[in-house]
Design a protein around this ligand. Sequence first.
Ligand code: YH5
Length: 274
Amino acid sequence: MIFNCGKFQLNLNRPHVMGIVNVTPDSFSDGGKFAQTNLAVEHALKLVEEGADILDVGGESTRPNAVPVSLQEELDRVIPVIEVLVKQINIPLSIDTYKSQVMQAAIAAGASIVNDIRALQESDALSIVAASDAGVCLMHMQGTPQSMQINPQYTDVVSEVKAFLQQRLEVCEAADIARDRILLDPGFGFGKTRAHNIALIQHLASFSSLGQPLLVGLSRKSVLGQVTGHDVDARLYASVAASVISAMVGAKILRVHDVKATVEALKVVVAIQQ
Ligand code: YH5
């Protein structure tokens, strides 16, 4: 399975690791914009050394109840980081945003993938990606980051998430975004209860019927806290387990905070899948 994104062509015959690079003041102490950029770049380079295949740069927290940031603030956070990283590394950079102006600026700065929790539903997002050669990750979310965890409801979470992704895939195809540029993601934690997330993991293998590579983001998420009883800073083992389980049932890209541990665990998966 080949994934085309910008100048990169990823062979997804083995699971790939997408390392998370947050450029937000709550993850990087507030010593001004220059310091924030440097800390994010430093962290990104560490993830590359640890074996990341892709880096996902995000400037707005989309955790439940997170405060939205302005367009200008998001641009000021992520664009300098992308500009520095494209010159220093040779793996695809992904921009984690739903704002079309951020997508456009990030692609211009050298980002190869648009990772969109809104699946290109915001105005202009579809045409901006279509006019580029970037890859895209279409994710499912019920509601908005501000409201999504209040009372998530589904009749059948698996078929509803699948139908949404199928529909967004068709919209992308109609807009001339080739299938080999598209990743799909069930969106763990985005408008889902513990039971919804567990059901999606149980049926993850069935998402392969959509015919696209699957990206899974479970790293440190609440469902792992609910299962283990641990706070977000003590979810490493559960996160690694989640990546291993996901890869075993067909996930091609694992979006994670803990790259070194995940890369090593996935070597065992690869050895078994041979
Ligand atoms: C994702 O799944 N997630 S941002 C809450 C946490 C820990 C982590 C309570 N962007 C995804 O990582 N993009 C995010 O602890 C994403 N798939 C894709 N494609 C949320 C996040 C997180 C939230």
